[in-house]
Design a protein around this ligand. Sequence first.
Ligand code: ADP
Ligand code: ZN
Ligand code: ZN
Length: 750
Amino acid sequence: MTGKSDIGPILRVALPTPLRRLFDYRSSAKGSAGAGTPCPGEIGPGMRVRVPFGRRHMVGVVMETATQTELSEEKLKTVLEPLDSRPIFDRAMLALLTWAVGYYHHPPGEVLSAALPKALRLGAPLEGMQGTWRLTPAGREAWAQGEPRRAPRQRQLLAELAMQETAASDCLGRGVWREAARALEGRGWIVSVQVPLASAPAIAADAACLLPTRIAGPELNVEQRQATQRIGQSLDAFGAFVLQGITGSGKTEVYLRVTEQVLARGRSALVLVPEIGLTPQLVERFRERFQVGMAVLHSALTDQERLAAWRDAFSGQARIVLGTRSAVFAPLPQLGIIIIDEEHDASFKQHEGGFRYSARDLALVRAQRAGVPVVLGSATPAIETLHNIQTGRYARLRLTRRAVQAAPPRTELIDLRASAHHSGLSTPAVQAMERHLGAGGQVLMFLNRRGYAPTLLCTACGWIAPCSNCDARLTVHLAARRLRCHHCGADSQLPARCPQCGFAVKPVGQGTEKIEETLAAMFPGLPCVRLDRDVVRHRGDMEEAMRRIASGEGRILVGTQMVTKGHDFPNVTLVVVLNADQGLFSTDFRASERLAQTIVQVAGRAGRGERPGEVLIQTEFPAHPLLTGLLCEGYEGFARTALKERREASWPPFSRLAAVRDSAATAEAALTFLAEARALAGPLPGVRLLGPVPAAMARRAGRHHAQLLVESADRGRLHRFLDGWLPQIESLPSARRVRWALDVDPIELF
Ligand code: ADP
Ligand code: ZN
Ligand code: ZN
């Protein structure tokens, strides 16, 4: 570093503020920089810097450099210190983040906050120290002499170290390598050393002695082979592939094979899964297949664990990153592919807080910027995805057969109005259960409602237990003797008598807890396993439930949405959908899509093993076109109808939507802000404003919610409109009386 630096390049920095702009800083003060930091002249895009901001210091990320600034010389402040010696975001990632800032119309600093683990936002070093092995001179000598002759593993390890200087202990810390390393250390041929994390090389995948694949997978069937080849031929360029196949058709096996090809080229794979799709089973399948480092990222990690996973990804130690939504931002220096499992899943969309992004859509942009393929797997692709196939943007690869069992399950509707039922269980459903249980099968009962009963009623005066914070009823949790609100979390003791008239109260309707109780009485001696958020609360609960099911100890499974994903229940031969009617008549145009996806996913749980499956769907509306269409023509038939309806109503994907949502202490304040926002818009060619309207459940957790929709057939038009409009509504005085957020491509409307 020299003392004669002048203004130097201007750094444009994203800082964690709600302002929709970058902030200009001078790269270095004349001649002064903290000792031990890299030369400030080298600060460049993608690096974190600590800067003065008002009277505080902040950590930000340099997004770009410039030669000019609108700030005067005196106003232009100087970076205090760089925090990274090399970019933590590469060019493709910076391009992705910049795209997200524009597309979601969100302040750059807040976008970065969502993208970075907390520890890194606060300035923690990304390049920590890492233990590895290094060859001693004696070890090098021994290697040259061809030692040790009788221990092939040790010999391989010496060879690896002789070629690479150091090897990642993370990769060598497991199994056979650990023993070899200990033995070599004992002979004084290698020593363990600490090196900066980023410089500890991941073991080269093509090194003959350490292939990425630990075990070979099964022989692929024709469709799997075609899909694998097709993707494999396109590894050098962006391309979007939809891998469409029912549960059990072998999609994961295709992911594994494609990942193998990517690893063999020395590159890494990013695998995104839905929140509850990230099961130990899936992680285990990747771990047992490959012997490269792997990082797992999900919402239950502590800040330290998240930081560690990021470090592994950043340094290249982890060649596979497997994670939920926010893993789309994980740093992978040699990204070779992005795989999104269950791409239709709603949990890929962040629908809370300020920055409401779709990890699936971001993954597509990231893959495009990085020039790598993206694979979208699903049994029930989103309607948008099917539209993208029709218009030729995505290529479809189908898996039409189950990998293990060929016959699809037999599916039937049960008319709840026509058949007698007891606690929500129709006679035909009970008879089918007896048949399947008698034949030694397991049965799965699906009900998307946890708790004992959705309503607590006084039969004398008609009082219904309400939530005092929400426009909702309280759910009875009988075993815990609590009344709980599933919307705001309110929790109180279950009353024995009506607070209004003192008469006895009674739970009405069914939740999973009640179904479990009913079945226990109906099938004594056949243990029931329940799977919902009330029973699966801690790490390990799910594993325990899975163990009971897999061992055959649990014969009957009762579960919510939780049972629809990720897990393999090979002995389940009967699936009963207890109530298909939620979602048939919703005002949200996407409700039917979600219902169809759920039914197909649950039905896919039947008959994955050797025995054929049966699916029964209980409904009060057996003639509803959604249900009959789904039954006669499957998801494809449903999707055709749904696309036609969306085109006629010009809903997405035939138009573009953005929602401005707000909440306030009063209904009036919530609506006033949106009405004023609407008034600011004036007449606009090609853009329609719908609303404001109160949300379907207007009062939640004591606040009143409302929304205003912005719709346009043309994406560019919509975004240009938002660009001009948002700064205006931001400065409305009424904006300060509400909490509001913009949701681009909302997936839930209320
Ligand atoms: P999906 O991801 O579509 O649900 P999986 O890849 O998990 O399907 O496959 C379902 C089951 O079939 C798994 O147990 C898997 O090991 C097995 N399997 C997948 N492909 C094959 C194959 N080609 N030959 C034999 N078994 C297979
Ligand atoms: Zn009463
Ligand atoms: Zn509530």
